[in-house]
Design a protein around this ligand. Structure first.
Ligand code: URA
Ligand code: CA
Length: 434
């Protein structure tokens, strides 16, 4: 077999066999096939696409290119949840304890933030002493005891995807549905998930700006799940404005606690009930989505969801008292308000701009090795559809280092649009794909 012939075949729009994909992927990981040939193949895939079988084959080859986490010592169906990334997306912090309190088993590996999107591991590390790096045995024990643990990625997970993603990033081949779908699903499969709930975000703050593309991506990932025997449900959800009010690590922990207490933002609560009910259904803990929502509501109302978060924090060495005293979380002394320059209704809040303003304050990373400040961030005071008078506070910046404050403030102010007419209420959930 020669890489040349495989590239040619894909260039001419033909389907590649599993053997051919295996030759490419394994050869690439070993260093036998150079970057330039894989770049040419990726560009051919970008233009020619791949069918469901090819996409599933590529997914499994990438999953098997490194460690495959074996979660079989954990009892029950392990349901993972994945978001394609948004701004202020606090759902995992809420969902892990919420779904676990209702009977699902959540053995989750999460990542750190990059660019304008945050990461669950950074958020959890804002809880004093919280340990996101448990040994494999301890991770398994924790899940067996508490039904929930969230840790960072360790070991050599999907090296083929790491190498390919970095290459795609510099060869204008990231935006290919089969390549994105296989990249995401390979990581979920290597992570040991039995079932997956996907939150595919669409809108200005999302990776998939266009809803048509988001639907195609969701469909491709659900098809992969089907092909490889992992039950998968995908939600297409709105990311035109940030989710909830808080954007920033410790600020989002606080928002998660409020949500688990039943006092959270309406959109974040709604999304958690939706995604959570799908998790319960896949885990066999609820017969249908409606029943799943009922159970989750009950767990919030009777305090068991919040107790589960407390239990999970303590089991990972964090200080569970943060739940009763937010002053124990990192916080800033200085806050700066952004005020409305006219009266009217908030017609849009550009999520990307809010995310970027938070990065400027130090809440997120511009590069993989940037230091972040867990205390800083942004708290919105108004969301799309809210009425505002001139001079009302639209958002509050929580600030430590003031180097980029002016730029962040300007960006945040520009993220808001105000109109005379009340805008139509935006849908939060566009579609469920199973
Ligand atoms: N996120 C991923 O993990 N992979 C992609 O290819 C794109 C987004
Ligand atoms: Ca939020």
């Amino acid at each position: 077999m020669r890489a040349y012939d495989i590239i040619l075949k894909k260039r001419d729009g033909k389907k590649l066999s599993r053997n051919e994909l295996e030759f490419l992927i394994n050869g690439y990981v070993k260093g036998d096939i150079p970057d330039y040939q894989i770049s040419a193949w990726a560009m051919a895939v970008f233009f020619r696409g791949m069918d469901a079988e090819e996409t599933a084959d590529l997914t499994m080859l990438m999953a098997e290119s490194g460690d495959m986490i074996d979660l079989s010592p954990i009892r029950g169906i392990k349901v993972d949840k994945h978001s394609t990334g948004g701004v202020g997306d606090t759902t995992t912090l809420v969902l892990a304890p919420l779904a676990a309190s209702a009977g699902a088993v959540v053995a989750k590996m999460s990542g750190r933030g990059l660019g304008h999107t945050g990461g669950t591991i950074d958020k959890l590390e804002s809880i004093p002493d919280f340990n996101t790096f448990l040994s494999r045995d301890r991770f398994i024990d924790n899940v067996n005891q508490h039904r929930a643990a969230v840790v960072g990625q360790t070991g050599n997970l999907t090296p083929a995807d790491k190498k390919l993603y970095a290459l795609r990033d510099v060869t204008a081949t990231v935006e290919s549905i089969p390549l994105i779908a296989s990249s995401i699903m390979s990581k979920k499969i290597a992570g040991g998930a039995d079932a997956v709930v996907l939150d595919v975000k669409t809108g200005s703050g999302a990776f998939m700006k266009d809803i048509g593309q988001a639907k195609k991506l969701a469909r491709a990932m659900v098809d992969i799940g089907e092909e490889v025997g992992r039950k998968t449900t995908a939600y297409i959800t709105d990311m035109n404005q940030p989710l909830g009010y808080a954007v920033g690590n410790a600020l989002e922990v606080k928002e998660a606690v409020e949500t688990l207490r039943g006092e959270g933002p309406e959109d974040l609560t709604e999304l958690c009930l939706e995604l959570g009910s799908a998790m319960l259904k896949l885990a066999g803990a609820a017969g249908d989505l409606e029943r799943g929502r009922e159970i989750l509501r009950e767990k919030i109302e009777n305090g068991e969801a919040l107790d589960k978060f407390k239990e999970m924090i303590a089991a990972q060495e964090g200080n569970p008292e943060i739940i009763n005293d937010f002053n124990l979380l990192p916080h800033t002394d200085k806050t700066v308000e952004v005020k409305a320059e006219k009266s009217g209704y908030i017609s849009s809040i550009e999520a990307l701009e809010v995310g970027t303003a938070a990065v400027l304050l130090g809440a997120g990373r511009e590069r993989k090795d940037s230091e972040i400040d867990l205390a800083v961030g942004i708290v919105l005071k108004k969301k799309v559809g809210d009425k505002t008078a001139e001079g009302d506070t639209l958002a509050v910046l929580h600030v430590n280092n003031e180097d980029n404050l002016e730029e962040a403030r300007t960006k945040l102010a520009a993220a808001f649009s105000i109109s005379d007419k009340k805008p139509e209420k935006k849908q939060l959930i566009y579609e469920i794909i199973t």
